[in-house]
Design a binder for this molecule. Structure first.
Ligand SMILES: NC(=O)c1ccc[n+]([C@@H]2O[C@H](COP(=O)([O-])OP(=O)(O)OC[C@H]3O[C@@H](n4cnc5c(N)ncnc54)[C@H](O)[C@@H]3O)[C@@H](O)[C@H]2O)c1
Length: 436
């Protein structure tokens, strides 16, 4: 294929030389004259393991051309990869100046395009940037329409500096965010030899996913470091602890606990997090990330409360009370906290939870609910339909087949649904998901 790569930094240089090595005709463009000079001489513009050899081979093959300005040649390319930097502005926002300038330049060059060049955004950008920033710029400067005269998509890059060539050829997966099929087909063809799944999603999902990945990586580093600092203060080698932690691939290094939903609770997570933070306090160890987890959980419950309040209704039908469906453990259930707060604010409640029977509750569990909501008995019902009929707003905290089946009827009857559990109601004006 004929490919243009704009921005020859860590991402762009690796992309350009690898694609040239793989047999594509590549035009690399960068503002920086030093990088252009080096590449013309077959020298890698950045230090990366293996990059020098691949760069030399690409230059000698005659398949790698370079230029310091976008020019008319890009109009004949099948794919135009945008890999310019998106550095932080002083206030933390993303500086999109390079993306803006390049989009305008590409648009101007696309005026003379006769084929269907596809612009592939690879710079890490805010969700919505491809559709609401880049596309209008391209259309305004080219006078053409996206998905009619040219293609546009976002393909996040997952390479890491230091192992970028290896990462380029062995990505965890290839993701293309696009609102149209044609760009997807061409990108799929280009990368068909790569291992890993090829996944198509919306541009916004792909843009957000890349940012979420990096936040997740950063969080993992800080988590391990906080466990390390606390371990050190306790005479524990956290390297061994984290090695063990990582060996659990069913609950730890796995999708478990990684789905947006309602707050965590129960008899273990809040208690043990508090115990860890207490030890840190006692040993004068600052653990802002772990401390922030508890704050984040409180914020999440507050957010649910805000959604219920926003419905404008005072009668609440609450579905689920225990800390997760199928158990009667009420200790530190976030749904109990939510119910308690609603009661405190004068809301009227009926609560349905088939796993919770007051007559069967014993021990700490019983004491907890009696202390937290002393008149719980008068609120609990074992009748889902009656709870739905009672509530003007239905707060769905648990899922089951019967609950899932009831949601449509509640919405049809004009009730508001605040969904903490992931039932199906999206698209209805009276439906609000807690974080979707
Ligand atoms: N570095 C990584 O490991 C990595 C991994 C994945 C994604 N990303 C993302 O990819 C993007 C690029 O990252 P990078 O590390 O390669 O950046 P970089 O700063 O190393 O390279 C960016 C290049 O773009 C060039 N450039 C800027 N404006 C230009 C213009 N108008 N025309 C032509 N060239 C221009 C610069 O001269 C520079 O060489 C960023 O959005 C980054 O967040 C980086």
């Amino acid at each position: 294929m004929r490919i243009c790569v704009i921005g020859l930094g860590y991402v762009g240089a690796v992309t350009a030389v690898c694609l040239a090595r793989d047999g594509n005709q590549v035009l690399g463009i960068d503002l920086d004259p030093t990088k252009i000079d080096l590449l013309k001489r077959g020298q890698a513009p950045i230090i990366e393991e293996g990059l020098q050899e691949v760069t030399l081979a690409a230059a000698q093959s005659g398949r790698l051309e370079v230029a310091s300005e976008v020019d008319a040649r890009i109009a004949t390319c099948d794919l135009i990869f945008v890999c310019v930097g998106t550095p932080s502005a002083p206030n933390g926002s993303q500086n999109l100046a390079a993306v803006e300038r390049v989009a305008q330049q590409i648009g101007a060059a696309l005026k003379s395009a006769s084929g269907f060049p596809i612009v592939v955004m690879r710079s890490t950008i805010y969700p919505g940037t491809t559709d609401t920033f880049v596309q209008p710029l391209l259309e305004a400067s080219s006078g053409k329409k996206a998905n009619v005269d040219f293609g546009l998509c976002f393909q996040p890059e997952f390479l890491r500096e230091g192992s970028s060539i290896k990462d380029f050829y062995k990505p965890p997966f290839t993701i293309v965010g696009s609102n149209s099929d044609k760009p997807v087909a061409v990108v799929r063809e280009l990368f068909k030899a790569l291992p890993g799944e090829f996944i198509v999603t919306s541009t916004r999902n792909a843009e957000m996913m890349k940012l979420a990945c990096n936040a997740f990586h950063a969080m993992k580093v800080s988590f391990a470091n906080e466990v390390g600092r606390l371990g050190r203060s306790l005479g524990v080698d956290a390297r061994a602890v984290m090695d063990l932690l990582c060996r659990d691939t069913s609950l730890n290094i796995s999708p478990a606990y990684l789905r947006p939903g309602f707050a965590f609770g129960g008899s273990c997570l809040p208690k043990d997090l508090r115990a860890l933070l207490y030890m840190a306090k006692r040993n004068d160890v600052e653990l802002p990330l772990l401390k922030g987890i508890a704050d984040s959980n409180v914020d999440h419950i507050d957010h649910a409360l805000t959604l219920i309040r926003a419905s404008g209704n005072r009668k609440v039908g609450m579905i689920g009370l225990s800390f997760k469906a199928g158990t009667d453990d009420l200790r530190e259930s976030p749904l109990v906290t939510l119910a308690e707060q609603l009661i405190g604010k004068g809301y009227e409640l009926k609560i349905y939870d088939p796993a919770v029977s007051l007559a069967r509750l014993i021990g700490a569990n019983k004491r907890y609910i009696q202390q937290t909501i002393p008149h719980i008995e008068s609120l609990l019902t074992d009748d889902l339909a009656a709870t739905g009929a009672y509530g003007e707003v239905i707060v769905v905290g648990h899922r089951s087949n019967e609950i899932d089946a009831a949601v449509g009827g509640w919405l049809k009857a004009g009730k508001h649904v605040v969904d903490l559990a992931g039932v199906n109601g999206a698209g209805n004006a009276n439906y609000a998901g807690v974080c979707w």
